[in-house]
Every structure is written in structure tokens, then in C-alpha cells.
Design a binder for this molecule. Structure first.
Ligand code: PEP
Ligand code: MN
Length: 349
């Protein structure tokens, strides 16, 4: 149930409404939009009659949410929701680029790549310190040492940072060192982790599980929102299908228009894991911005043949720089605000 307050409502009226909701053992979740105040009611709402709520002073109108995901539903009609990270606002009519190596391998490697992606205009550096690998014998990431390197790269370049947490211990460490916490495909339904993410105030990139339905994915976002953290950025990273001979996954770009109908949460696309091959990354990135995604997260490595993970899908820095120029052109054609450094903008323009 979503309750829309009149613009002129008073604090007292809002308070009485909350009390009424609580008297039915439900939870009011107040959302202060730029111009509107709405209340999502969570719990066994079938017990509450629309009439009863509508008759209260200060209430404009009430609607029932038909979907199982309530807080992240478009039906809450939040005006122009964005996720703030540092001085950036992700979402709305803007496009952001996150780029960097799959894994943090060393200080030298990370700083080299960080400078390269910054020069090309990226605003956010990606890099994993805790790696979810199919084999226990593969490189598992540098752990806290890797996160310290991310912090150093942030200080040296001014880039914001994103890194993956796989468990509660990793979450505590990521919280300390990076700006955005990534939840990987394999953990999209790690419910105890999702509950903890609800309690923190940092933005979360929530990747789609490799065989998750759209509704399961949104229900995972709902876990985070219902815990109190609405800074969720959804990330499509490809799903498993029957043919993985020529591509690692199937990058499901269908979700871009679908999610626009279902949720106000920003959506970014990961064409690196979504395809698995370098030659596919730029075409799918261009398709993503053209279809309405609000960003991409891309793997970049200057020595991909030496990479400790995912070398075959990493763009070379010069390829990434070319991609950024293409994305900027598309954004201009479509009137999308392209988030990148002004220095680079001047150079390209
Ligand atoms: C990654 O971003 O490095 C990663 C492991 O992604 P995913 O969870 O999408 O496989
Ligand atoms: Mn990777």
C-alpha cells in the first residue's frame, strides 16, 4: 500500500497516520521526495481498508501495490530518485562509467590502470579484493591489502571506488576502504548479507544472479531497502543460457526497458562478465547506453595476458578510451548527461 500525502499536510497528520498503520501491526516507511511525501506500508496490509486511510486528514490518495516488491516499486512514484556517491548522482537521465581491473593484483598494476581509466574519463574505479572463483586453486584476491591499494588509488587519482564483498567480514573491510560495495552474482540471494547491507549508509551495486529472475533480483533489492538503505544500483551482468560456446553469458538487455516500468532504482550493465570476450564489450556497452542503462561497469587491464583473473574480457586502456568517446557521442545524440571529467570533455569536444 502506498499513501500519498497532500502537499500541505502537517507533521501532526503524518504522525497520526503512522500510528494508525502501526495499530494494524504494519510498518510505515516514509519517503521524502523532492516535492512529494509518500508512505509505503509494509506488512499484512490486506487488513487495512483503503477508506480508513483515505479518510485521514492530510492524505491525498492511497493505492495498493500489486507487486511483491514494495519499496523498490515504481508504484511508490518517487520523483527522480538518484544514488549519491561522493559528488556524483547516479540514476535519472545520466550515465556513469565504472572501470578497472577484475582483480587488484598489486599496487603498481592498480595505479597504472587507475590513471589510465581516469584519463579516459571514468569516474569510478572498479577492482576486486575478494574474488569469487569457481576453483579454490585460482587467485582469490589480496583481501584487505587489496582494499588498501584501492584506497591509495582513490587518493592518488580522485576516482571513487567500488569493490566486492562476499561475506560479513569482507563487508566490514569494504565499508572501511571503498565508496561503493558490490554484491556479486553468486551472492545476490545471500539473505543474511543483504540484511546487513540494509543497515549501512553506503551505495550498493547489486548484481543479478546468473539464473535469477527479474522478480527475484528486485526482491533482493527489497531486502536492502527494507533494512533502511535505499542506495541500491542494480547491475545486469548476463545470465546463463544453453549456448556458452561463443559468449560466457547472455547479456540480458531486455531488462533495461522492463526495469524502467517496474522500479525507480538505477540500472547499470556489466558487458565484461555479460559476454566474456573483449571484442564484445564495446558493442554491448554502446547498446546499453542506447537502450537506456544509467551506466556500465567494465573491466580494463593494460597487460591482460598477465591478468590473474578475467584477462580475455578486459579492454585495453586505448580501447576503453575509444569506447568512452563513442559513449559520449551517443549520450549527446540522446540528450543523456554523460558523467565524466571536464578535462576529457574539452579534449573530445
Ligand atoms: C566481478 O565483477 O569481478 C564479478 C565476479 O562479477 P559477477 O559477480 O558478476 O560474476
Ligand atoms: Mn571479473
Amino acid at each position: 500500500m502506498i499513501i500519498h500525502m497532500e502537499k500541505s499536510h502537517t507533521e501532526n497528520q503524518l504522525h497520526r497516520l503512522k500510528e494508525k498503520i502501526e495499530s494494524h501491526d504494519c510498518k510505515p516507511h516514509v519517503i521524502f521526495g523532492e516535492t512529494l511525501v509518500t508512505i509505503s506500508v509494509i506488512g499484512e496490509v490486506s487488513k487495512i481498508s483503503l477508506r480508513e486511510i483515505e479518510s485521514l486528514d492530510g492524505v491525498a490518495f492511497v493505492t495498493r501495490v500489486s507487486k511483491p516488491f514494495k519499496l523498490c516499486s515504481i508504484e511508490t512514484q518517487r520523483d527522480d530518485h538518484k544514488v549519491r556517491v561522493g559528488d556524483l548522482e547516479i540514476g535519472g537521465n545520466s550515465f556513469v562509467t565504472m572501470a578497472g581491473p577484475c582483480s587488484i593484483e598489486s599496487e603498481e598494476q592498480t595505479l597504472r590502470i587507475a590513471h589510465a581509466v581516469k584519463k579516459a574519463g571514468a569516474k569510478i574505479l572498479r577492482g576486486g579484493a575478494f574474488k569469487p572463483r569457481s576453483s579454490p586453486y585460482s587467485f582469490q584476491g589480496l583481501g584487505e591489502e587489496g582494499l588498501k591499494i584501492m584506497k591509495l588509488a582513490q587518493e592518488e587519482t580522485g576516482l571513487l571506488t567500488v569493490s566486492e564483498a562476499m561475506d560479513l567480514h569482507g563487508l566490514e573491510l569494504c565499508y572501511k576502504y571503498v565508496d561503493i560495495i558490490q554484491i556479486g552474482a553468486r551472492n545476490m540471494q545471500n539473505f543474511s548479507l543483504l540484511k546487513e547491507l540494509g543497515k549501512i549508509d553506503k551505495p550498493i551495486v547489486l548484481k543479478r544472479g546468473m539464473s535469477a529472475t527479474i522478480e527475484e533480483w528486485l526482491m533482493s533489492a527489497e531486502y536492502i531497502l527494507s533494512g533502511g538503505n535505499d542506495k541500491v544500483i542494480l547491475c545486469e551482468r548476463g545470465i546463463r543460457a544453453f549456448d556458452n560456446q561463443y559468449a560466457r553469458n547472455v547479456l540480458d538487455l531486455n531488462v533495461i526497458p522492463i526495469l524502467k516500468k517496474l522500479t525507480y532504482l538505477p540500472l547499470i550493465v556489466d558487458p565484461s562478465h555479460g559476454t566474456g570476450y573483449r571484442h564484445m564489450v564495446s558493442p554491448l556497452s554502446r547498446a546499453s547506453i542506447a537502450a537506456g542503462a544509467q551506466g556500465i561497469i567494465v573491466e580494463v587491464h593494460d597487460r591482460p595476458e598477465e591478468a590473474l583473473s578475467d584477462g580475455p574480457q578486459a579492454l585495453l586502456p586505448e580501447e576503453f578510451s575509444g569506447l568512452m568517446k563513442d559513449l559520449r557521442k551517443i549520450s549527446e545524440a540522446l540528450d543523456i548527461r554523460f558523467i565524466s571529467d571536464d578535462v576529457e570533455k574539452k579534449k573530445v569536444a
